[in-house]
Ligand binder design. Structure first.
Ligand code: FUB
Ligand code: ZN
Length: 634
């Protein structure tokens, strides 16, 4: 039965990042580094590591004729899903190009896109691994874990981004031809297919949004509906034992039909991308059963499977979830991509439910679990984000330090496409209701019933909780402005004047005010930012008797380099005093915490900034002096 696509006219939508200009001390430097360094770094590394070359070789081989023997010099190099990195690097470059002109970068991307086009088979198929890997060439669509649609999904996202940035549609045509090929083979009454690594679902929804061609939306829904029905076929990866967690059906969220899933499981990135796709599809098809499943899953993630940093997926074994409350610090996997996936998922949930509790998580991720993935220099990355490190060199069993690149480089390329869009998470709108979800100095251009409204936010987040919002409209207009009250904030106050009605109380984590904007109105909201001692749920064994420090949205860590007497004997109790100190020359400018106990003093830095200096121990959680610990002080 054909499902009706719901009108989205009256749904809450994000103000796109292209309509929001950030001007924030903190984010300006992150974004400037991203544009100056990260974007180029990941594009160049895709070139240097032969990822781009695989496309060039595939094009040459296709020209020779796929039935001809594969010459040695045209053989595939790397891992089977490496095409996806090239696509994500293009996507990141596209977003950067929307904000900064860079002819050389654009030219470079155009050349890569030419190579991608040439690597596409005449029938639309596109994946270099199955084109030129000597043992797998021509074996397309035989193993559902081999990421063909995962790579394809990233291609779609890159194509849309590049088209939006430049108006050039070559890659978009390639991706549509690829999807046409998929839809000829797979679908109701055709072959079954369960993508072993989800991603394609959310990408298809984006393609629908751009083209309004609902076949893409239907295909996304169909792919989701394939799960949990014993359709999955995979040889498995040869280097792992079949009994391992890796092979359980939870690994790729295929253990139950998606609407019956009620707890988080398996590989964290796969899971987050799938939930994001489900939320997208739920919006267009009003699928209540998906939304109910997502609500339960969300609670299971956030209350039982998430680190204080927003990191998720604690185990290296399956790059994902194990049992509830199993959140070890030293061996935390907490992949950067999974934290990014959490943002995607929570963003959709925030818009679907107009509930600030999802934006709380986005805030936690962007200042902690995501941002820790990239060095302050913009060219070194964490794939794994532990909450504690013994400071030993990797060769002696310690943690890997930030790396220039990885054999599997999903995280650097994901960061490259994520960061330039961070302003997408600041404002949302439903008719005349405006949500301020993130406190980032910026100007958002919003349209309310044909009236242009500029919302100008000024603050010094994440270091200071005072927020000023100016509303400037070109005609008289009524609006409701909703401020998210952050989950870390226990005390806040506001000031307003003019045509602003008193706020109604807190609802779904927002305080809303009705305003008649006649020219310009100003509001101020002050979130008291104190150092908070955070306990994890007592069922998290590793953190029993321990606490972490958080100030505003920023989680802190103790690094050996700031603590000449070491960090092993840090003890925090009721009499411990905390001092916050703005340190402009340290780690690109941070608020450093000084922690004092009688004669002893320790320094803590934001977790995201750790491992940017010399090797040493690090810990987010430290011992708590029990029975002496009830107050929170500044
Ligand atoms: O398999 C593709 C990507 O590589 C996954 O998302 C990451 O977890 C890593 O395994
Ligand atoms: Zn990753």
């Amino acid at each position: 039965m054909t499902k009706t696509v719901q009108s989205t006219e009256n749904v809450c939508r994000a103000i796109p990042f292209t309509d929001v200009k950030i001007d924030s001390l903190f984010w300006n430097s992150v974004l400037e580094t991203h544009h100056r360094v990260t974007v180029h770094t990941v594009v160049n590394r895709c070139i240097e590591t032969n990822r781009v070359n695989n496309f060039i070789k595939s094009g040459k081989y296709l020209k020779m004729g796929i039935d001809k023997p594969l010459p040695k010099e045209l053989e595939f190099e790397g891992r089977f899903y490496d095409d996806s990195d090239v696509y994500k690097a293009i996507e990141g470059a596209a977003y950067s190009l929307m904000q900064y002109k860079d002819e050389a970068l654009e030219k470079k991307i155009d050349t890569i896109i030419d190579a991608i086009e040439e690597a596409q088979w005449f029938d639309g198929y596109l994946m270099t691994f199955y084109t030129i890997d000597p043992e797998n060439k021509g074996q397309r669509w035989t193993d559902m874990d081999r990421h063909e649609m995962y790579c394809g999904g990233h291609l779609i996202e890159a194509a849309i981004a590049y088209y939006s940035a430049t108006g050039k549609d070559k890659l978009l045509k390639v991706s549509k031809k690829m999807v046409d090929h998929w839809m000829k083979i797979f679908g109701p009454d055709k072959r079954d297919w369960v993508p072993g690594h989800q991603e394609v679902e959310l990408a298809l929804v984006k393609l629908y949004e751009l083209t309004q061609d609902r076949r893409y939306l239907d295909f996304a829904l169909w792919l989701l509906s394939e799960r949990g029905k014993d359709h999955y076929v995979s040889e498995g990866r040869p280097y792992l034992d079949k009994d391992q967690l890796f092979y359980k059906r939870e690994y790729h969220q295929d253990h139950l039909p998606v609407e019956e899933q009620s707890f988080v499981s398996g590989h964290a990135v796969r899971a987050m991308y799938m939930y994001t796709g489900m939320a997208d599809v739920a919006k267009y098809f009003n699928k209540k059963e998906y939304m109910n499943a997502l609500t339960k899953i969300w609670e299971n993630i956030v209350y039982s499977n998430m680190y204080i940093t927003g990191g998720i997926g604690s185990s290296i074994e399956n790059e994902g979830f194990t049992e509830d409350f199993d959140l070890p610090n030293v061996s935390a996997y907490a992949e950067t991509c999974a934290a990014i996936g959490m943002v995607f998922f929570n963003h959709r949930m925030n818009l679907l439910y107009e509930d600030g509790k999802y934006a709380h998580i986005i805030e936690r991720e962007i200042y902690n679990g995501v941002l820790s993935g990239v060095s302050l220099s913009g060219d070194r990355f964490f794939y794994v984000n532990p909450l504690e490190s013994d400071g030993k060199p990797f060769e002696e069993g310690g943690h890997k330090r930030r790396q220039e690149w990885f054999k599997t480089s999903c995280c650097p390329t994901n960061l490259s496409r994520f960061l330039p869009c961070v302003s997408e998470y600041i404002y949302a709108q439903k008719n005349e209701k405006i949500y301020i979800n993130q406190y980032i100095s910026s100007t958002g251009s919003i349209n309310i019933n044909g009236v242009n409204l500029n919302i100008i936010q000024q603050n010094n987040f994440p270091w200071d909780g005072e927020v000023e919002v100016k509303l400037k409209a070109d005609k008289k207009v009524n609006a409701t402005i909703c401020f998210r009250i952050p989950d870390w904030c226990e005390e806040y106050s506001y000031q307003y004047s003019g045509n602003i009605n008193s706020p109604i109380g807190l609802k779904k984590e927002y305080v809303c005010m009705d305003i008649e904007i006649n020219g310009e109105e100003t509001l101020k909201i002050i979130f008291v930012m104190k150092v908070k001692k955070v306990h994890m749920d007592p069922r998290v064994k590793e953190d029993q008797g321990k606490i972490a420090l958080q100030r505003g949205p920023v989680v802190y860590a103790f690094e050996e380099v700031d603590n000449p007497h070491g960090i092993d004997d840090i003890l925090i109790g009721r009499d411990t005093q905390f001092y916050s100190e703005w340190s402009p020359d340290l780690l690109r400018g941070i608020v450093r915490l000084k922690v004092k106990n009688d004669e002893k003093e320790w320094n803590a830095i934001p977790y995201y900034a750790w491992d940017n200096r010399e090797l040493g121990k690090m810990s987010v959680f430290v011992k708590e002096l029990i029975d002496n610990t009830r107050s929170v002080e500044n």
